[in-house]
Design a protein around this ligand. Structure first.
Ligand code: CIZ
Length: 302
């Protein structure tokens, strides 16, 4: 099936992109593997006619908004992100009325409608630098409260007004999980994602996006690491560093939505078509500015 997928992609001038949280067999099909920022950036760069986005709905929407004339296919159309639907445009409008001088920054894990009412978008790898680059002191941050708190901790001169959303996978881990993991792998550094709660962030040796966590392990010489993000990152790191030990903070850090895409779905979407992301011109136009600003400020930030 792998061969057939490659051939179908070649004939349709399609690029296959996969998020780090996709399973190994799906990532192995991809021309580009990365975090949301990298996928968004490369989707905009690419000369291909079709983008097959192995990830969740908001990622495919981002690719489409940045490339309105391309065909963007989501192999598993039911793969969503619970965080993306936590805040509505109405919530942002209400916050804007309360804080008229504030910029609205929205995490990429959000709907196209939320991006349309935001001034700038960000990913976890770019949030701090993009917030720092904004002229406003007050920033309404939607929808992830923990990433908002992380940005606030890094930029005390700013006033971050967080929305109360969260990623259930990251939010549910606690300090007791950190203590248990430290007992399992004594001396191993604890690397956590900023979607974890501030109490957990404070216990960590390093806080960073998936790309930053992978980079940290690549650059350090410890024998073992404790990983505080979706379990696929531990699996990816094990393959990359077979002589090192890894443990994820909790076995529950598994995003079922990210695991919905199977190799067969990639085959089916290329062979039969369908599952094409469809947004109206108005929806795309309204959300575009916030994403192009993210790419500009985020690329500079990297
Ligand atoms: O930005 C992303 O792709 C997500 C969901 C996490 C991360 O830190 O890469």
């Amino acid at each position: 099936m792998r061969e057939q997928i490659r051939e179908l992609a070649r004939r349709q001038d399609a690029v296959i992109m996969a998020h780090y949280y996709q399973t190994e067999d799906v990532r192995a099909l991809a021309d580009v593997v990365g975090d949301s920022f990298e996928l968004a950036r490369r989707a905009g760069d690419t000369e291909w006619e079709t983008i097959v986005l192995c990830g969740v709905k908001f990622m495919a929407e981002v690719a489409k908004i940045l490339n309105p004339h391309k065909r963007v296919l989501l192999p598993s159309p039911e793969a969503g992100c619970p965080l993306a639907d936590m805040a509505s445009p109405g919530d942002v409008i209400a916050l804007k009325e309360k804080h008229p001088g504030a910029a609205v920054m929205c995490y990429v894990n959000s709907s196209a409608a939320l991006k349309a009412v935001s001034d700038v978008c960000c990913t976890s790898s770019t949030a701090v630098r993009i917030a720092a680059a904004l002229p406003n002191r007050e920033i309404i941050f939607v929808p992830d409260q923990n990433l908002g708190a992380y940005v606030q901790s890094k930029l005390p001169g700013k006033h971050i007004i967080p929305f109360e959303g969260c990623c259930p996978i990251h939010h549910h881990v606690g300090v007791e999980d950190v203590a248990a993991a430290r007992d399992t792998l004594p001396g191993a550094p604890v690397l956590v994602h900023p979607e974890c709660r501030p109490v957990v962030q404070r216990e960590a040796d390093f806080i960073g996006s998936t790309a930053a966590i992978i980079d940290y392990v690549d650059r350090h010489e410890y024998d073992a690491y404790i990983i505080g993000t979706e379990i696929e990152i531990e699996r990816l790191l094990r393959r990359r560093h077979p002589n090192k030990a890894f443990v994820t903070l909790s076995p529950d850090m598994l995003c079922k939505q990210m695991k919905k895409t199977r190799v067969e779905d990639v085959f089916n979407v290329l062979e039969r078509g369908g599952n094409e992301v469809s947004l109206t011109d108005d929806e795309m136009l309204a959300a575009q500015n916030c994403l192009t600003r993210m790419i500009e400020l985020g690329t500079y930030a990297r």
